[in-house]
Design a protein around this ligand. Structure first.
Ligand code: BES
Ligand code: ZN
Ligand code: ZN
Length: 474
C-alpha cells in the first residue's frame, strides 16, 4: 500500500456519506441510483474517462467494526472486477474517525482479498491499494498505522488458513510446524520457540495434555513461544490457546450432526499464533509468551473414559466426567506451565470451549471470564479498538462448587447448567494467583453464514486483533 496524495490509478474509490455534497454533484440520473446509504455502491465513469466507485457510509459516524467492513467491501469489489491497482480516498474516514482509523482501513483492505483454499499470501500480494487523501503532516503517522493494520490482518488471515485446514492435513505436529515456519520467516531475534514432543510431555508430567493426546496415533505436542523485545521488564503476558486439531468427543462421541467443524477446534491456538506473528512483525515492545497445547481427541484403547482420574502438570488430580470436555484439560496443563515456568504476570486463555456459549451469545459475540478488574479494563479497551464483540459472564462461589469432585481435586464437567462458566472456572483453578482472563470463542471462530463483509464462510480469525491490542505497549 502507498500513501500518495494524487490519484494514480484509473480506478478510484471514495467513501461517501448520505447527504454529502458529492452526491449533489452527481448527474440527476446517478443521484437516483446512489444515496450514500451504508454499503450502497455506485460505479461510474468520470470526466477523465476514469472509473469512480462510491461506497456509501450512511449518516452516523462509523464504528471501528464498520470501518473494517466498508474497506473490506471496497477491496472485495476490486477483487471481483479483477482490478489489481486502485486508489482509495480515505479523507472522509480520517475526518470522521481520526488518523488512527487507518489501522482498520488497512485491515479491511487486506481482509477483503481473502479467498478460501488459497494461501492468504497469494491473494494479498495480487492487489495494491494506493491510499489517497491523507493530510501531508500526517503522512508519517499514517504509514505506521497502515503497517500495524496490515500486520494484524496478516495475523487474522494466517489464523484463518490454519483453522480452515482439514484435520487430516493438520495433525498436531504439523500444526506446530506451520506456526514455527511462519514465525521463523520473520527472522526476529526477540522470538524464541521451543517444541515439546509427546515423550517429553510425559516425562515433564503434563498428564492432562498427554492423556487427551494419547487417544490418537498422531501424537500431541506443546509449543512455547517467547517474544522478548524488552528484556529489562519483568512484565510478561501469557497467551494460552486450545489446539485440538480434531475433536470427535472421544468415547463421549459427538452425534454426527455435531461433527461439522470439529477440525476448527484449534482456533484458540491459531488466534494466539496470529497475534504473536503480528506483534513480532510490527516490532511491538511488550514481552509476550504463547503456550499452545496441541492434540487430537479420538477413540482408541489409549483414550480416556468417563470415571478415569488423571494427574496434571500442577499436581492436581482431575476426575473425567465427559471425554468431550477435553479442551479444559489441555488448557489446564498449559496454564499451569505458563504460571509455573513461563514467568507470566497475567494469563489469557482462548478456546473454542463450549457449545453453551454458542447457545447463549451466537456467532458474533464471544464469552469472557476474568478475575481482575484492571486486566478486564485493559481488555475492554483493546476490544473497543479491535471492534470485536465480547460479553463478560459472572461467576460466584456456587459455580466453583459445581466442579468439586468426590474422588479428585476437580472434575471436568459441572452440573447441567452454566456450562461456559464452569468450563472457565475449571481452567482458573490452574492459574493460581496470576491474574486471569478467559475467552470462549466457540461461536465466533467459525461462520457458516458471514455476518460482516470482511468474513467468508469458514474460519473468522476471531481473537487475533483484540489479543494484539491487549499486548500492545501503551
Ligand atoms: N470443542 C467443543 C466445544 C464446541 C462446541 C466448539 C460447538 C464449537 C462448537 C468442546 O470440546 C466440547 O465438546 N465441549 C462440550 C463440553 C461438555 C461435554 C461439558 C460441550 O460444550 O458440549
Ligand atoms: Zn470436546
Ligand atoms: Zn473441543
Amino acid at each position: 500500500m502507498n500513501t500518495e496524495k494524487q490519484w494514480k490509478n484509473k480506478f478510484q474509490i471514495s467513501f461517501v456519506a448520505e447527504e454529502h455534497q458529492r452526491i449533489q454533484e452527481l448527474s440527476a440520473g446517478l443521484q437516483q441510483l446512489f444515496h450514500g446509504k451504508y454499503l450502497e455502491q455506485l460505479i461510474f465513469e468520470n470526466e477523465e474517462a476514469d472509473m469512480s466507485v462510491y461506497i456509501g457510509i450512511g449518516k452516523e459516524p462509523l464504528t471501528t467494526n464498520q470501518i473494517i467492513e466498508v474497506t473490506a467491501f471496497a477491496s472485495q469489489l476490486m477483487k471481483e472486477y479483477d482490478i489489481k491497482n486502485y486508489d482509495l480516498d480515505v479523507s472522509n474516514l480520517i475526518e470522521q474517525a481520526g488518523i488512527r482509523c487507518l489501522e482498520q482501513v488497512a485491515q479491511g483492505v487486506c481482509l477483503g482479498t481473502f479467498e478460501k483454499y488459497k494461501p492468504y499470501e497469494e491473494s494479498l500480494r495480487a492487489f495494491t491499494a494506493c491510499f489517497c487523501g491523507i493530510p501531508d503532516l500526517e503522512q508519517r503517522k499514517a504509514k505506521a498505522h497502515i503497517a500495524k493494520g496490515q500486520a494484524i490482518a496478516e495475523g487474522i488471515l494466517f489464523a484463518r488458513d490454519l483453522v480452515n485446514c482439514p484435520s487430516n492435513q493438520l495433525k498436531p505436529m504439523e500444526f506446530a510446524g506451520r506456526i514455527m515456519k511462519k514465525l521463523n520467516s520473520l527472522h526476529c531475534k526477540e522470538l524464541k520457540i521451543q517444541l515439546i514432543d509427546a515423550d517429553k510431555l510425559k516425562t515433564m508430567g503434563m498428564d492432562a495434555l498427554y492423556s487427551v493426546g494419547n487417544s490418537s496415533a498422531n501424537p500431541p505436542c506443546f509449543l512455547e513461544i517467547e517474544y522478548t523485545p524488552k528484556p529489562q521488564s519483568k512484565n510478561r503476558m501469557g497467551l494460552v490457546g486450545k489446539g485440538v486439531t480434531v475433536d470427535t468427543g472421544g468415547y463421549c462421541l459427538k452425534p454426527s450432526s455435531s461433527m461439522a467443524g470439529i477440525k476448527g477446534d484449534m482456533a484458540g491456538a491459531a488466534a494466539v499464533a496470529g497475534a504473536i506473528y503480528a506483534l513480532a512483525k510490527n516490532g511491538q515492545k511488550k514481552n509476550v509468551s504463547a503456550f499452545l497445547p496441541m492434540c487430537e481427541n479420538r477413540i482408541s484403547n489409549g483414550s480416556l473414559l468417563p470415571g478415569d482420574v488423571i494427574s496434571s502438570y500442577s499436581g492436581k488430580t482431575i476426575e473425567i466426567m465427559n471425554t468431550d470436555a477435553e479442551g479444559r484439560l489441555i488448557l489446564a496443563d498449559a496454564v499451569s506451565y505458563a504460571v509455573k515456568k513461563g514467568e507470566v504476570t497475567s494469563v489469557l486463555d482462548i478456546a473454542t470451549l463450549t457449545g453453551a456459549v454458542v447457545n447463549m451469545l451466537g456467532f458474533s459475540i464471544a464469552g469472557v471470564l476474568c478475575d481482575r478488574e484492571q486486566l478486564y479494563q485493559q481488555f475492554l479497551k483493546a476490544a473497543k479498538i479491535s471492534g470485536e464483540q465480547y460479553h463478560r459472564l459472572p461467576f460466584k462461589k456456587e459455580h466453583e462448587e459445581m466442579i468439586k469432585s468426590e474422588v479428585a481435586d476437580v472434575k471436568n464437567m459441572g452440573d447441567s447448567c452454566c456450562g461456559t462458566i464452569t468450563a472457565g472456572l475449571f481452567i482458573r483453578e490452574f492459574a493460581e494467583q496470576t491474574p486471569w482472563i478467559h475467552l470462549d470463542i466457540a461461536g465466533t471462530a467459525w461462520v457458516d453464514t458471514p455476518i460482516w463483509k470482511y468474513q467468508k464462510t469458514g474460519a473468522t480469525g476471531a481473537g487475533v486483533s483484540t489479543i494484539y491490542y491487549l499486548c500492545e505497549e501503551e
